[in-house]
Design a protein around this ligand. Structure first.
Ligand SMILES: Nc1ncnc2c1ncn2[C@@H]1O[C@H](COP(=O)(O)OP(=O)(O)OP(=O)(O)O)[C@@H](O)[C@H]1O
Ligand SMILES: [Mg+2]
Length: 250
């Protein structure tokens, strides 16, 4: 079906070691889904494979973006089709300011069909939403940025690029409570019928601010349970043991 990001029976290995073992997961456009699960379950691997990281070997399965299998496409081609992956960007780019980077990234994403006026209006709106001073865009990309600033910069990119689908991996982001709220504000500002997101997170707290339409739980390379936002609360209370038992039974 079109208008969704669909992962179908995805098996992935690295150096002969299986990591993803038949992932099924669909994010319809217009929805925000959360992906949770214990350390080492394969959440970040899934994100990287969607991005097209060549380190991983796809053994089986499909990744369909609006009905088109993107597995054979290079990472930049996937981006041009409207896929945004926060962690795909280089950590530091010496000599490239945020403003320059955003303009480059935008033309890479949409084939340069966004006008200068439109670019600045998106940038202005994003800076206001993220409560960020305009002067930040003349800083070099991520150079000397704190963890929270890097994360804010990712959301700035998200808001300027306006992709169809975004995968946001919040692991290790070490956000303080204010930064968490600001990230949530940015993601919520993106919400709408033309945007779908998969938010990978350990923080139930984040999901108080970005209220997900669906929560998926991954254990040992598979999505073993999906539910509404209450599933995240249940995990918070009960931990993962009961889910692991569920996974072992199936
Ligand atoms: N490049 C790699 N080389 C070797 N093993 C890898 C590689 N990438 C992932 N793995 C292994 O695959 C498994 C899944 O890792 P992944 O990072 O996807 O888990 P995760 O669910 O994101 O965990 P966390 O919650 O800790 O972020 C782990 O056992 C990890 O060691
Ligand atoms: Mg991870």
């Amino acid at each position: 079906m079109a208008n969704q990001l669909e992962i179908r029976d995805l098996w992935v290995s690295i150096e002969g070691q299986p990591i993803l073992k038949g992932v099924n997961l669909t994010v319809p456009k217009g929805e925000v889904h959360a992906l949770m699960g214990p350390n080492g379950a394969g959440k970040s691997t899934l994100g990287k494979v969607i991005a097209g990281d060549p380190e991983y070997t796809v053994e089986q399965g499909e990744i369909l973006l609006d009905g088109e299998n993107i597995l054979e496409l290079e990472p930049d081609e996937r981006a041009r089709k409207g896929l945004f992956l926060a962690f795909q960007y280089p950590v530091e780019v010496p000599g490239v300011t945020i403003a320059n980077f955003l303009r480059l990234a935008l033309s890479a994403h949409k084939g340069g069909d966004v006008s200068v006026t439109e670019f600045y209006s998106r940038l202005q709106h994003a800076l206001e939403t993220l409560e960020w001073d305009e002067s930040v865009v003349s800083r070099y990309l991520n150079e000397g940025f704190s963890g929270g600033e890097k994360k804010r910069n990712e959301i700035l990119q998200l808001m300027v690029l306006q992709p169809k689908y975004a995968i946001l991996d919040e692991t290790d982001s070490g956000l303080d409570i204010d930064a968490l709220k600001i990230v949530a504000k940015g993601v919520n500002a993106m919400r709408g019928p033309e945007f779908g997101a998969l938010v990978i997170t350990h923080y139930q707290r984040l999901l108080n601010y970005i209220v997900p339409d669906v929560v998926h739980v991954m254990v040992d390379g598979r999505v073993v349970k999906s539910g509404d936002k209450n599933l995240a609360l249940e995990l918070e209370q009960k931990g993962y043991d009961w889910i692991k038992e569920l996974a072992a039974q199936s």
